[in-house]
Design a binder for this molecule. Structure first.
Ligand code: E4P
Length: 223
């Protein structure tokens, strides 16, 4: 399973990249705003900077909501870097735009997906990635991971090549469960990725090993 980081924060992208586990980056307009990145030129520069840090795909979301505008915006984004993936919302115009981008070899990420039917449409349009938002479904008492399972079944039934990119993952168990179900990619904040490292028995075990090593070394020095 690929790990994407869900942020526009450059320090966090670098940290995940340096851990050696990063396969790509997802952003959205809210994440860009959170980093204070606004205005067309700054947004474009920020995408280029992110592409310089990771060697994986970088999702850049269109702001447009009509077919013609999405096509113009998406084509411009795709020209920024070969690893830019045009992120398109799951609306009728978006599905048309995904079909258009696919026919021209431009990679897409169909975002704001909350149902199996939407995921089916994204696959039929040829999306490279589909992004079901598991955390936001959990927030409204709906089974986010259950949706990943349903999409896995549907895509496997028909051999759709669209990759399931589990989005809105909030904690380490979301990541682990996505891996068990067979999501192709999970995108999560650095905190959730880093939390996978943690286990008290690892910390206690390491402290014990180091203490025993020191003890043996000081006994050897005395003896
Ligand atoms: C997906 O690509 C989105 O950027 C993201 O995962 C949304 O996560 P959130 O629900 O935590 O905002």
């Amino acid at each position: 399973m690929k790990f994407f980081i869900d942020t526009a924060n450059l320090a966090q992208i670098k940290e995940a990249h340096e851990m050696g586990v990063l396969d790509g980056v997802t952003t959205n307009p809210s994440l860009m705003a959170k980093e204070g990145i606004s205005g067309h030129e700054r947004v474009i520069e920020h995408y280029k900077t992110i592409c310089g840090i990771t060697d994986g795909d970088v999702s850049a979301e269109v702001i447009a909501t009509t077919f013609d505008e999405m096509v113009a915006e998406g084509e411009a984004l795709a020209k920024l870097h070969e690893r830019i993936v045009v992120k398109v919302p799951m609306i009728k115009e978006g599905v048309k735009a995904i079909k258009y981008f696919t026919s021209r070899g431009i990679k897409t990420n169909c975002t704001l997906v909350f149902s199996a039917g939407q995921a089916l449409l994204a696959a039929k349009a040829g999306a490279t990635y589909v992004s079901p938002f598991i955390g936001r479904l959990d927030d409204v008492s709906t089974d986010g991971l259950g949706l990943i399972e349903d999409i896995r079944t549907i895509y496997d039934n028909y051999g759709y090549a669209t990759q399931i990119l589990a989005a809105s993952a909030r904690h380490p168990m979301h990541i682990v469960e996505c891996a068990k179900i067979g999501a192709d990619v999970v995108t999560a904040p650095l905190s959730a990725i880093a939390a996978l490292l943690k286990h008290p028995l690892t910390d206690n075990g390491l402290a014990q090993f180091l203490a025993d090593y020191k003890k043996a070394a000081s006994q050897a020095a005395i003896g």
